[in-house]
Ligand binder design. Sequence first.
Ligand SMILES: Nc1ncnc2c1ncn2[C@@H]1O[C@H](COP(=O)(O)OP(=O)(O)OP(=O)(O)O)[C@@H](O)[C@H]1O
Ligand SMILES: [Mg+2]
Length: 363
Amino acid sequence: MDVSPFPFHGPLEPDQVSGRDDLIADLVERVSTRRVTALLGPRRFGKTSALGRVAEQAESGGATVVSVDLYEVSSMADIAVRLDDALASAAGPGVAQLRHLAASAEINLGLVKLSFARRSADQPDPVAVVHVLLDTLVAMGRRNPTLLIVDEFPGIDRVDGAAGLLRTKLQGHVQEIGIVFAGSHTSLMRAMFSDVERPFYGQADLVEIGPLSGSAVTDMIERGFGETDRDPGSVAAHVYQFAEGHPQRTMQLADAAWRHAAPGERHHDDLWVEALPDARAQTEPAHESMFSRSSASDQKVLRLIANREPLFGSAASFVDLSAGAGQSSRDRLVNFGEITRVGQRWRVVDPMYADWIRRRFPM
Ligand SMILES: Nc1ncnc2c1ncn2[C@@H]1O[C@H](COP(=O)(O)OP(=O)(O)OP(=O)(O)O)[C@@H](O)[C@H]1O
Ligand SMILES: [Mg+2]
């Protein structure tokens, strides 16, 4: 059995990323001209995958790339370990120098985690370790072209003082180091760079990652089927109509259809009809539990939006949603990235979730 050409768990390998050429070119241009950039977009829209390509291009242009992942960090020690991991797995021509700089600051890259496992009296001070690691990064950035990628940046908000410390350390070096922040808490990301009270206020240009275009989806599906000797028929059009360019759901649906296609055979018309229930079955338990964890008024707002009903008026009275509750749920759901505004309309970000809600609660 061939490996599916449509992976849908986790970030893609750089050579699997397609349909993002303009975004990637823009980001590469930004980092090479040292414009600090924040890349924002909903969960699973392909931020990490796109940044992997940016890193690859920067590296082949001679930069040393340091990628830090701040997903759900919970303490300064956690941040120290993530930074250490990032420096230890840096790639590019400056790596030897990076190790040398770290060693002269008495840090063994990759081993910081072990130092926090010692008896408490022998443990280093996490804040001091973060200082040294950031100083090392900056020192390297002075000597070598360097790209710093901070993925899941809003995680830093969970640790008191960490954003301020990072800001202080990077300040004054933004001409030397290319910096990209990325994160999926779109409203929190926005606030982190546009709220005067916050350390990174006004420190980055915001760039959004949107859905894939119809032609990107068609190209990708036709290529994936073609390379594995399968015939997609009209599947790409169905996938695009259903998933509206949501990258991960596009891949999942394409994968489901691909599994129903046999190599060397002409497509059969049922490909899409068979694929959709498979993808629904894969995602149903997660949707069920996500929905049941939402508050009653969030559920009402989700029902209305998934069914393309306005939040005020007769459909809202039908589900007994007051204007005030509707508004505050709507704002909360925007903050959590569950809904978004497209033109004049509200949308559930995840088309599979919207589909589940509509089937479960038709209006
Ligand atoms: N350019 C692309 N073309 C097609 N599918 C893509 C593309 N980029 C991402 N995907 C799909 O989306 C999935 C998630 O990608 P990725 O992890 O890069 O997203 P993310 O925005 O970083 O997500 P998260 O918010 O969970 O960190 C991939 O497994 C893949 O199925
Ligand atoms: Mg990611």
